[in-house]
Structures are given as C-alpha cells and as structure tokens.
Design a protein around this ligand. Structure first.
Ligand code: PLP
Length: 424
C-alpha cells in the first residue's frame, strides 16, 4: 500500500520536480543501484550529488556499525572521541588557516550556521549571494538560494530580508568577449552591488565555487581572485558553499581549492559521509573561531555531529585519502571528453560545462539558439530535457536535473570506471 502511494506520480512530483518514471531503489553497489525488480541503473547523479564513494562501501558501513555498538549518541554539548577526531581530520584537509569546525545536520543548516557566524563576528545584517545558486531549502538558507524555480515561491516561505543578490559569472548575464573579460565584468558588478548595499551592512558573500544544481558552472579565470580582493577591501567574509563541490567532487578536497583562493568559511554536507549518514557543518578560519569562543554565542543542535554520522565521515575521509579523490581526478578528463563528443554530435546541446566529476549538459533550441525556457516559466513547452532524462533512465542510467530544468547534470561517484562512462 505504502509502495503504491510512493509510485503514485503526484506524490513523487510533489517533493521533487521530475517527469521520470518512479522507481524504488533498494540496493546499491559502487556506481550502480538496483530497483525492487532487480533492474540495474548506473547512478550518474550519485543520488543527489552526495554518494561520492559509491554505494555499499564496506569500510564506511563497518565504521557505522562499530560506532552504533560502542555508543550511538553522545550529546552535542559533550565531547566524543569520534567527533573530536573527525574535527581534526576536517581541519587537516581544509585549506590554509581554516580550522574550527561547527557541526550541523544538513547542507541547509550548515549555511544557516555560516550566516549566523558571519552576522555575529561582523556585526552586520546582510548577506550577498548570486542568482542561479542553490544554498538550501530552510528559512534562512532558502533565502540565499537564487535559482529561478525556487524564486517563484521564495518570498512566501523563506527569509529574503537581509539578502542581496548579484549576477553569476555566466556569459548570458554579461556582454563579454573573452572569459577574462567576463571575470572582470562579473567581479565589478559584485563590487557595484556591495557598494550600493552599504559595505558596512554586509557580513558575507556566500557562493558555490562551482555552480551546482543551477548547472555546474565554473567561474572564468580570475573571478574568484577578484572576489577575494573585494571581500578584503570592504571587510566582508567570503563563504564557500561546498555542499556539492566538497570531498573530491571537483578534483580537490574542496572546490575552492581549484581556484587557489582562501575563503573565510567553508560549508559542507553530502559527500562528507558519502551520504551514508546525515552530517554537515562549517569550517571557519581560526580567527573567527576565536571570536566565537570569546563571545556569548551559543551554537548547536541535538543531532549536530551525531557520532554515527561522524564515524561514517571519518571512514569516508580515509577512503578519499587512500586514493579515491585521485582515482576520481584521473577518470574525470575521460568523462569530460565523452561529454564533449556529445556536444559536437548534437545540435540541441548548447554547451557542456563543469569541473572534475560535476558536469552539466545545457540544451538550447537549435532553431533559435536560445536556451530552453525553464518549465515553471513556460509550462515545459518544447523543452526536451526531461525526456532525455526519462529515456536515459529507461535505458539504465540515472542523471540529475539542473534546477532550471534546461540541463542534465552528470555527477557519478568518484569510483566510476571508464567502461561505465562509455555505457552511460
Ligand atoms: N548548498 C548547496 C550548494 C546544495 O547543492 C545543497 C543541496 O543540494 C544545499 C546547500 C542544501 O543541502 P541540504 O539539502 O543537505 O539541506
């Protein structure tokens, strides 16, 4: 009965915008998942861009079992050995002087925590984020989110006051001839928005280092260096939302490391445990940690840093360290080249963009060369993207849907093989 209800299309559509035939996934193994009828699917979206180590990794499941047997839960207001070791691991892999870890449960809550930290230490109310972004669905993080679908209902359900938006460094947002010009124009625009918001009122700029569900878009060269300079000039914190881009997804521990820029705060979730248990958090620069400790700031939620999740994360980080990030980096150029082949072959593909194992295939109408309009805007007329995904699923590969549904997102686990890429 419950299963029938789950298979009812209206229920599935209610929580996730997809036209794909509902399937019930019951098992997984590396980059493959199986439904309740035993059909195998290549999981080229790592479920929700989070099962970075693939499915059924025994090292991670064993760590979860061991922790559950020792002590499943310890108050988030007390010390726990697994939690402390994980905090040390995270400080070790974080870039530069980022060292202080604040645990949360979901990516949305990690961003909520980052907003609270930034507003507290900067004593300023406003946060700037970009259009075509996704930062979560809760009251505060939902307000940061800037994708066109979410925007439609955002004012009714999320905190939009105290948030300013700027344009993303995408070619259709500016009139630039080269990537360098695009970086320059897009960064100048951020400075313009910041000045007009009154820099003293701005606590932080929050941005994904590589756009995630809004279409896997890396910034043009030089953009993030300029953003860092602007933040320093106006004394504004730079927050890198690494919920998708962290833990090897883009070839390094964190996506911002592919830009060689040091943020003040990193938010993480998803891949930290390879999604074997819910865990998220913020890694803050040491000076921010000190400010927080010396103030009267009380952070924390009951299940933040849950020991079972911390055990999963500790094991996942070991798996990444023991060669999985390297393995993902080695196979990534092959994925890129196969996607570029598609770009050459099909007129309907406008562009292919991404980094590491996070890619987006953007579709455009070959007659007009215009990108297909978001289905929330035009009722999905002529937009083939959902059909492409459905057809792929029927043929045995699951892909993701960019939140403006004009693209297919390709993000397999880091253990994906070349032959799986060929098959997908
Ligand atoms: N930030 C980014 C970049 C995301 O992609 C997501 C979710 O996809 C979130 C935050 C929110 O994470 P969660 O769904 O765990 O709340």
């Amino acid at each position: 009965m419950a299963n029938e209800r789950l298979k009812d299309e209206s229920v599935i559509k209610h929580w996730y915008d997809t036209d794909d035939e509902p399937i019930t996934i019951v098992e997984g193994d590396d980059a493959t998942v199986y439904d309740d009828e035993g059909t195998a699917y290549l999981d080229f979206l790592s479920q929700l861009y989070c099962c970075n180590a693939g499915h059924s990794n025994e090292q991670i499941t064993a760590a979860i079992t061991k922790q559950a047997e020792r002590i499943p839960y310890v108050s988030s207001a007390k010390h726990n050995d697994t939690r402390s070791r994980l905090a040390t691991d995270l400080a070790e892999i974080a870039p530069g002087s980022l060292s202080d870890v604040y645990f949360a449960i979901s990516g949305s809550e990690a961003n909520e925590t980052a907003i609270q930290i930034a507003r507290t230490v900067q004593d300023a109310p406003t946060v700037l984020t970009r259009w075509q972004s996704y930062h979560g669905g809760t009251y505060g993080a939902g307000g940061l989110t800037g994708d066109p679908g979410t925007r439609k209902t955002l004012e009714r359900r999320a905190a939009t006051t105290g948030v300013g938006k700027f344009l993303p460094p995408l070619p259709d947002a500016f009139d630039a001839e080269t990537p360098e010009e695009l970086a320059e124009q897009a960064a100048n625009h951020v400075e313009f928005v910041l000045r007009n918001e009154d820099p003293d009122s701005v606590a932080a700029i929050v941005t994904e280092p590589i756009g995630g569900t809004s279409g896997a878009y890396p910034a043009p060269p030089g953009y993030f260096e300029r953003l860092r300079e602007i933040c320093d000039k106006y004394d504004v914190l730079l927050v890198s939302d690494e919920v998708i881009t962290g833990f090897g997804r883009c070839g390094e521990w964190f996506g911002i490391q592919t830009e060689d820029v040091q943020p003040d705060l990193i938010t993480f979730a998803k891949g930290v445990t390879s999604a074997y248990a819910p865990l998220a958090g913020v890694i803050a620069d040491a000076w921010i940690g000190e400010e927080i400790r010396s103030g009267s700031y009380d952070l924390g939620q009951t299940f933040a840093g849950h020991p079972i999740s911390c055990a999963a994360a500790e094991a996942a980080i070991e798996v990444y360290r023991d060669g999985l990030i390297e393995q993902g980096s080695q196979v990534a150029p092959y994925l890129e080249s196969r996607l570029r082949d598609l770009e050459e072959r099909f007129d309907v593909i406008d562009t292919v963009r991404g980094r590491g194992l996070l890619w987006s295939v953007v579709f455009a109408d070959p007659k007009t060369n215009e990108p297909f309009v978001h289905p929330w805007v035009d009722g999905n007329a002529n937009n083939p993207v959902a059909d492409v995904r459905s057809e792929a699923q029927e043929r045995g590969t699951l892909f993701g849907s960019g939140r403006p549904d004009t693209q297919v997102i390709v993000a397999p686990p880091l253990c994906v093989t070349r032959s799986e890429i060929d098959e997908a």
